[in-house]
Design a protein around this ligand. Structure first.
Ligand SMILES: [Cu+2]
Length: 263
């Protein structure tokens, strides 16, 4: 390959990349949650910084390929490299990556460490190969007891619900998640078997469902509609079909949904 062709290819690659930046190509799915804006800002900030470094590095490479291309009669020289430069850009990379992570802590802390909004609608999300089960606490707002010894797949008691617990009498178990728009929701995410991952791209929620752990994830949906819930952790041979649906509805529709499905 002639050096000039290589230089042209690098130039085209950089131009194409910058083109997508310049035209603000939609690289993320539509956003339907309140906290999601912080995540999007963080993603774009990372892309802008790494994009700029990418362009500078590639154009630098193209320049050097052109400048030191093979010419008749020219003599090759041997360079030892520069330790100072190596240290500098290694340190700069470290500062950049640690810095971006620290900046991302804010939104992470908001979801995992801060007090969750109250009052909030609580739902329980349980993953098991290869389905999602969503439990609503019903009218009393309290979940009934669960016991692993009561799990009975043949009888359809996949979650091990204790049928003798009066608190659980009004609990509703569904295969999809329905929540009202504009209201804080807290999901209690868990798993019955292996590690799954509850992911809704539009919500900007992606959370591991870990057996033996209850992970609480708050969100507030800002737009009605139906969105795909996908398991985002390879969890077995049926992983590809482990999906469900998130329905964001109005408060009136949500009340009707609970009434319609009440046991
Ligand atoms: Cu899964």
């Amino acid at each position: 390959m002639t050096p000039l062709l290589f230089v042209g290819m690098i130039g085209a690659l950089v131009a194409l990349t910058l083109y997508f930046f310049a035209t603000k190509a939609p690289i993320l799915p539509p956003l339907i949650s309140e906290h999601g804006q912080l995540i999007d800002d963080q993603i774009y900030l990372t892309l802008i910084i790494t994009g700029a470094i990418f362009a500078i590095a590639q154009l630098g490479l193209a320049f050097l390929v052109y400048k030191y291309r093979h010419r008749e009669g020219a003599k090759a020289t041997y360079l030892l490299g520069s330790h100072k430069l190596e240290y500098t850009w290694s340190a700069a990379t470290l500062v950049l990556f640690v810095g971006l992570n620290l900046m991302g802590q804010k939104v992470w802390a908001e979801m995992h460490l801060n007090e969750h909004p109250k009052p909030a609608i609580e739902v329980e999300v349980t993953g098991l190969q290869f389905k999602w089960y969503i439990r609503y606490p019903g009218k009393d707002g309290v979940f009934g007891r669960r016991d692993v010894n009561m799990i009975n797949d043949a009888e359809g008691n996949f979650l091990g619900l204790d049928k003798t617990d009066p608190k659980g009498a009004d609990d509703i178990v569904m295969g999809s998640l329905t929540v009202p728009v504009g209201v804080p929701v807290v999901m209690k995410i868990g798993s019955r078997d292996v590690i799954h991952n509850f992911g809704v791209r539009e919500l900007r929620v992606k959370q591991d469902a870990v057996p033996g752990l209850a992970v609480y994830i708050p969100f507030k949906a800002t737009q009605t509609g139906s969105y795909e819930v996908a398991c985002m952790e390879l969890c077995g041979y049926g992983h590809y079909q482990m999906r469900s649906q998130l329905n964001v509805v109005t408060m009136a529709e949500y009340t009707k949904f609970l009434a319609d499905n009440a046991p």
